[in-house]
Structure formats: C-alpha cells, structure tokens
Design a protein around this ligand. Sequence first.
Ligand SMILES: Nc1ncnc2c1ncn2[C@@H]1O[C@H](COP(=O)(O)OP(=O)(O)O)[C@@H](O)[C@H]1O
Ligand SMILES: [Mg+2]
Length: 417
Amino acid sequence: MNAIQFSRLIWELYGARGRLPDLDWIEKQGLLAIKIGQMHALRIDFLDRERCMHLCRLYRRNKILDSGRFERLVLDALAPDSRDAFDSIESIPLASASIGQVHRAALLDGSPVVIKLVKRNVTVNFAREVQKLRRLLKVVTRLYPALKRAGDPVGILDDLETFTMSELDLRHELQGQQVLKEIQRAQGKRFDLTSLRFPRVYSELSNASVMVSEYVEGETVDELLESNRLEYDQLLDLFRLHGFFLFCVGTFHGDLHPGNVILRNNQWTMVDTGFVGKVSERLRLGLFYFFKALSQYDYPACARALHQMSDVQIKHNDYAEFERRLLDLYADFTDRTVSEISLTRQMMSTIKLGVHHGMHFERGIFSVIRSLMYMDGMVLRCQPNAVLMKDMRPFIQEALGVLPDGKSWSDLERQRR
Ligand SMILES: Nc1ncnc2c1ncn2[C@@H]1O[C@H](COP(=O)(O)OP(=O)(O)O)[C@@H](O)[C@H]1O
Ligand SMILES: [Mg+2]
C-alpha cells in the first residue's frame, strides 16, 4: 500500500460521510487493508454503528476456494503418506475467512474432523506491506506527534502484524492451545475451568498450512447470538473463563470473538488459538484492580489502577488533573446499561485520557482491548440492558480468591505513591 492508497483507505474508513466504505475497493488492496478494515469494524468508540456493521462484512465476504481446489491444495500441502488419510471431504466449507478456509471431513476410521487450510501464501507479501506502511506511519507521526499520543498507529500496526503473522502459520494453533491447556491443568481445582476444552489436533496430519482437528459438535456463540438462543448467564460463564486467563494469568486466547467459541451442553470449546495474548504482571493486575474498582463504582480507585498500569509515573499535579477529568468521564457511569454507555468507548476514552496526561501503556494492551471489545459486543447482542460491571462482581470476588498477587499489587501501589 503506498501513501495514496493508504490515504484513500483512511478516507474510506473515516472520511466518506454520507456513504459507507467501499468494501470491494478495500478487498482489492490485499490482506493488510482487509485486516485494517476488520479492526475498524470493532471500533464503535469512534465510528458510528452503521459503519461498523458494514465493515463487519469484511469478516464474511471472502473469496471461497471451490472444493476441488481446496482438496488439491490440502493434498499438496500434506506429506505423501498422509494423503490417503481422508475418507471424504465435504464440498461446502464451514467457513472461509481472509486467511483460512475450513471444511468438514471424515478420516478413514470414520472420525469426523475439520480441515483448515491457509488459502494462499500471502506471508511474504503481507510482511512487505506492513514494512512499507510502518515507514509511512513513522513519517506521519513525526510530523504530527499528537497522532501518536491519541492513538499510537505504529503500535496498532505492530499488534496487527504480530497477530496476523501468527495466524498465517497454523502450527501456532496447536502451540496456542497447548499453552492454554497447560494453564488449565496447572490450575487444578483452585478455579473451576472444567467447562472449557480445546479440540484434539491431529498433529501427524497438520503443518504450517493445513491443520486437521476433531470436529466439535455444537454451535458457535455467534450463531447462538444471531438466533437469540444464548442466555446471558451462559455468556457470563464464558467471561468468567476468559477473565480468568486475562486477569489471573495474563496469558489468554488472543482472538476470542464469538465465531471462535463453540457451545454444547454447557461446555465451551475454544478454536482458532493461533494467537495467544500475553501481558505483564503490571498490566494484568492494573486491569484487574481497575475493573474491581469499576464494578464498585469507585472512580478514584479506577484512576489509581490506571496509573499503576502505566509504564511511566506521572507528576503529582498532572495526576490531580487526570483524576479530575476521569471523574468527569465517569460522572454518568453508575448503573448504566451496556447499550446506554458503550464499555468499549468508555475504556478507549479512559486510556486516551491517561495517555494525554503522560501515561504510557505496553503494547500488549491492544490484545486486551480487542478482547474487551468482543465481550462488549457480545453483551450488546445478548442482553443490551445488562449492567455488566455489576454482574461481574461475583467473578471478581472469585478471582480475588485465586489471585496470588495481592502482595505484589500493594508493592506496586506503594511505589507509585
Ligand atoms: N474443530 C471444529 N469443529 C467444528 N467447527 C469448527 C471447528 N473449527 C472451526 N470450526 C468452524 O469453522 C469456523 C472457522 O474456523 P476458525 O478456526 O475460527 O478459522 P478462521 O481462522 O478462518 O476464523 C469457526 O467459526 C467454526 O464455526
Ligand atoms: Mg476464527
């Protein structure tokens, strides 16, 4: 993407008032533009709802490989002795995304499986495009430093790159689920994670561009939300599980959108584990205590927790001003439903406020924000009149019981006083 194409992309996403972004044009610009568009589909904090819904189509409108071609590419990518492993491959895909395509299949012994294929070798091209755009953004942010403070576009691009490069190699999916499973195993009975599982991966039939895994019966959260069949309590249970990884461990499924979780008989199966998010202890605890304070509507404590999350300490006077502005931002927050105040928008404004007053947050914060946006989006679809912060109180109490870091948090707090 050159400077002109990038300007046009920005104009399509933000500028073209009165008309929605031209998705055909975005798709023609390649994977990076599609990924930037998809990322904006979640930004209900600064794009209007209709625009976001429109951009969401970028997740679905993907070129589908016909089944003959899919099968040929799968067989080409497999080792010769694995090519006879399948009894049948269904011709209609289960899903086709910008990178992968997934089909149901059966092994010779009848086991139902899914085959996921990376559609094309786009890795080299994508890396080159990111490099070009990074150079451009560095020039732009040097000319307009305010841009860096407001949104850190280079940081966002770095996050997008790590995330997409990880998706382009399917071996990361198995590694990702192994990391999460190990955390689950090590947790034992301290925090009940028994309702969570991951599909078995047939590693002998898998490599960087093909992955064969057990077919999981059930429906994705996306399908359940679409047809209004997901109970709010079930959603809270999913948040409890994901919240454990996010806040109690700091290592979590990095792309937990509603298409990546399958529910059956109150069992959650997480798929698409190609990107595992990781945050430092400072950030993880800061976030946890931020949400703890928020669930109690204790805004001065929210301000302190946000400051704790920052890599840099701000001056006393700046802090006083920051706290005052934060109290303003939350003046109407208490007992508001998720549809009255968007948690995503509130969170983004809070972080921007911190950055504006000199705070700086590590890059891992973007994958947490992505997770929070997905959760916010799911509640909006499931129970728009929920007061989520209040409903998270039992989880926060439960997590406090297993958080081994009460002490390190008070140490961190003391350093900042
Ligand atoms: N093991 C599985 N069992 C059943 N359905 C699956 C399985 N893996 C993926 N799917 C279905 O295929 C879709 C796409 O798979 P996913 O691994 O998320 O690929 P992508 O990277 O393209 O999003 C999922 O949303 C889900 O509906
Ligand atoms: Mg997926």
